[in-house]
Design a protein. Structure first.
Length: 416
């Protein structure tokens, strides 16, 4: 049904949506781009607004276990029969097109039709890759969000941060407010210039203050949030990750912008939503004693902030690292920060055809950390059992490197 591979451009999705009666029209949305933090920000926004009583759709990618995870309304996955029915509907429309859309374009079309049919009051859309040519860029949002800029997908988005920022700034729409996360100076200037050109009010996430009220534990952290004189204290957030504080500042700023657009919420909504929020595969603690941690870090920036979060949470503690990285990722710069305090690496293989060269990390590891042990086990379940076997008292186990590694790992370690 779908054409293979990544094919930037909007012509196919626009043609498909015309055939479908343009389900994107009239749908109120939030559009989220950025190298990292998009999914976490989408989870936070949808949680608070659902708690406030709104019917909120969320479209994210990739998934960990099932395509159904990508399509939620108030955190409930689309039903399997319903998902297959929508795919069948889209397939009928594709027959009338001169060029077949990609898989992600088809999934975007399904999300738009599903949210329209279910009469969601707000749809939160995470960009698949980049911004300007991403298939989600057919929506006219009430707010746009760019969480941050770093190196990833450089073969498509450009080799410099300025080029990557220019691509992601393609989601900015005329006079639509933009929330911008922490972005370094050259990229920030590109985004700010585009916002000025389109007369889009710019709200940096630095307007929000998110600070800890106590030291984090494996169960989470207690926070104080502030924005323009509004202060919330004793906000419990059930993730210990330091990097999630930046994502929460972005989400908190976006919620203020959405409040100005008429989406009202209270401090009680915020506290209740965050207290029960669980984001799969983002520094997810699936076992406490000893700590087993899952994280989908799949690029150098994500690996770096994960390493910082772990060092702060478990200072000086050694770990067993179970890692699998796709062939098109910057493996060496993912390994570099994660190797700190790692006693042994268990190299494993992410699912799918994009990991045929998964063993290439062996040489990188031996070059970077010649004193650390190295094991190679293609099957992730066997890799976890091996990691557990060699784990010493006081150590923790980290499984990371790709969303495509976490599926079987998470099913094995949880009740999913």
């Amino acid at each position: 049904m779908a054409s293979s591979g990544i094919k930037p451009g909007l012509s196919r999705i626009e043609a498909l949506l015309r055939e479908m009666g343009q389900p994107e029209k009239g749908l109120k949305t939030v559009h989220i781009a950025g190298t990292n933090g998009k999914g976490s920000t989408a989870f936070m926004l949808s949680a608070v607004l659902s708690q406030a009583g709104y019917r909120v759709g969320r479209f994210i990618s990739p998934h960990i276990h099932s395509y159904r995870e990508r399509f939620t309304i108030n955190d409930a996955f689309i039903e399997e029969k319903e998902f297959l029915s929508y795919l069948a509907q889209v397939k009928k429309h594709i027959k009338n097109l001169s060029e077949r859309p990609t898989e992600f374009e088809i999934l975007t079309a399904v999300a738009l039709e599903y949210f329209r049919d279910k009469q969601v009051e707000l749809g939160i859309f995470e960009v698949g890759m980049g911004g300007i040519y991403d298939s989600t860029n057919v929506i006219e949002p009430v707010a746009s969000v760019i969480t941050g800029i770093d190196y990833d997908h450089t073969q498509y988005l450009g080799a410099s941060l300025e080029e990557i920022a220019r691509n992601k700034a393609g989601i900015i729409k005329k006079k639509v407010p933009l929330v911008m996360g922490p972005v370094n100076s050259p990229a920030r200037q590109v985004i700010a210039a585009r916002a000025r050109e389109l007369e889009s009010p710019l709200y940096p996430s630095s307007l929000a203050e998110v600070v800890r009220e106590s030291q984090p534990s494996l169960e989470g952290q207690l926070l104080k949030l502030a924005f323009s004189g509004q202060i919330m204290d004793k906000v419990f957030f059930p993730s210990p990750a330091l990097y999630q504080l930046e994502n929460l500042a972005v989400a908190f700023t976006a919620l203020q912008v959405l409040r100005m657009a008429g989406f009202l919420w209270t401090e009680r909504d915020m506290k209740a939503a965050l207290a029960k929020l669980r984001i799969p595969g983002r520094m997810e603690i699936v076992r406490i004693n000893p700590p087993f941690i899952l994280d989908a870090a799949h690029n150098p920036q994500a690996a770096s902030v994960l390493a910082s979060s772990l060092e702060e949470l478990l200072p000086g503690k050694k770990k067993i690292l179970i890692l699998g990285v796709l062939d098109d990722k910057d493996a060496q710069n993912i390994l570099q920060p994660l190797g700190h305090n790692t006693r042994a690496l268990v190299l494993s293989r992410p699912e799918g055809s994009r990991s045929k060269n998964w063993k290439r990390l062996k040489d990188d590891w031996l070059s970077l950390f010649p004193g650390a042990d190295l094991y190679v086990e293609e099957d992730i379940i066997k890799a976890i059992k091996l990691g557990e076997r060699i784990l010493k008292p006081g150590e923790h186990l980290l499984i990371t490197g790709s969303f495509y590694l976490l599926d079987k790992a998470r099913k094995f370690l949880t009740s999913v």
